[in-house]
Design a protein around this ligand. Structure first.
Ligand code: BG6
Length: 368
């Protein structure tokens, strides 16, 4: 059982620093600014031959997969994207010999992901599994991969498994980068940042008390937006997913840049926006969008970092600012994602829901 914790989800959220340590253990190489991934079974020559990366997963695994694809593209400069495994296998996908397919799954049993892997293998494609459950169907079918070592996850809403997925992607991206043009200095900078992450995850969890009242206010809204762009967009998608899964509120993720092309019409004092605003090249553009929202009276919850200046936001809107500890900008997504887990959790708790067993959902969907 969940022991002294009120739910498995809360227990598993709090276990994230240790889970992060486990997925990184023995895999970081500070001297050469890279990673060691024994289960990958691909040497430098194989990794250099990769021309494209396609990430496949479902639900939250798909959203973290999108973060991972972005990271691979950024560090290794190899075209990479993520697609939901459930769609992929129905569209007669083109399987390319120099594409590395990465299947991501906590359970390793999600049938949509498993069947996508089988389809790729049947057509001669090479697959790597990022899987938590050792010996699970996807791990076996992929034949090679990175185990997540998150420990058993019981709550339907995935938390610690996602964090380990993100870190496994970071390790893979580092290695793909270091056999290409990622410099040893950048490699070391990221290795050192990864070494600090378990402790920083603890610092994010310590924001809980600050997030409880913010979450309770969000729980009152029938409909919300979660926005972010580039690195922040999959963070917003996962934040919205978590929120809708356990609060049953309509939470829609949008690219901040696309707001003005449609959803701005819906912004009002009744529709809050949770905005992901990391400290990066896009901060200024993101802050400008916050002003657009606030000018229409839209309540804002801004997940950002202490160094970010939000300017004088129009006073008609209610604004809550959450300063999340920061890593290197390539890795901040994982810390922001954990803050959004806490937000969803406490919104669902304020509504009195059974958080571990959300209605209509199963931990892993093993039927077609
Ligand atoms: C869904 C679960 O059905 O499967 C999600 O409700 C989960 O929470 C998704 O993210 C994928 O599961 P897995 O085990 O393949 O990571």
């Amino acid at each position: 059982d969940a022991g002294q914790h009120e739910s498995f989800m809360r227990k598993e959220m709090l276990e994230q620093p240790e889970a992060a340590e486990r997925v990184l253990r023995g895999r970081l190489d500070e001297r050469f600014g890279t990673s060691h991934l024994g289960g990958l079974d691909l040497d430098a020559r194989d990794l250099r031959a990769v021309r494209r990366v396609k990430v496949l997963g479902c639900g939250s695994a798909y959203y973290v997969g999108q973060m991972g694809a972005g990271l691979i593209e950024e560090l290794a400069r190899v075209p990479a994207d993520a697609e939901s495994a459930s769609e992929f296998r129905y569209r007669n996908p083109i399987i390319e010999p120099d594409t590395l397919y990465v299947a991501v799954s906590q359970s390793g049993e999600t049938v949509d992901t498993l069947l996508a892997v089988q389809e790729i293998r049947r057509k001669g494609g090479q697959v790597v599994g990022l899987v938590n459950v050792v010996g699970s169907a996807i791990a076996r079918e992929a034949g090679r991969g990175i185990y997540l070592h998150a420990g058993p996850e019981v709550a339907v809403a995935s938390t610690k498994a996602l964090t380990t997925m993100h870190l496994a992607f970071s390790l893979l991206a580092l290695q793909l980068g270091r056999v290409r043009d990622l410099s040893i200095a950048d490699g070391r900078r990221l290795v050192q940042a990864l070494q600090r992450l378990p402790e920083q995850l603890g610092e994010v969890l310590a924001l809980e008390d600050q997030l409880v009242p913010v979450a309770a206010r969000l729980a009152e809204a029938e409909s919300l937006f979660f926005v972010g762009r580039v690195r922040g967009y999959p963070v917003a998608r996962e934040g919205a997913q978590k929120f809708k899964e356990i609060t049953y509120r309509h939470a829609e993720a949008y690219q901040t840049s696309e707001l003005k092309h449609g959803p701005l019409a819906l912004i009002s004092p009744a529709v809050p926006t949770v905005a992901v605003v990391p400290d990066d090249e896009l901060t200024e553009r993101n802050v400008a969008a916050l002003h657009e929202i606030a000018a229409r009276g839209g309540p804002l919850v801004v997940l950002t970092h202490a160094a970010v200046d939000l300017g004088d936001l129009p006073s008609q809107a209610e604004v809550s600012r959450i300063d999340v500890p920061r890593s290197e900008r390539e890795l901040d997504a994982v810390l922001l994602t954990v803050a959004l887990q806490l937000l969803a959790y406490h919104a669902a708790a304020a509504l009195g829901h059974d958080i571990d067993k959300p209605r209509n959902l199963a931990k892993s969907v093993t039927v077609e």
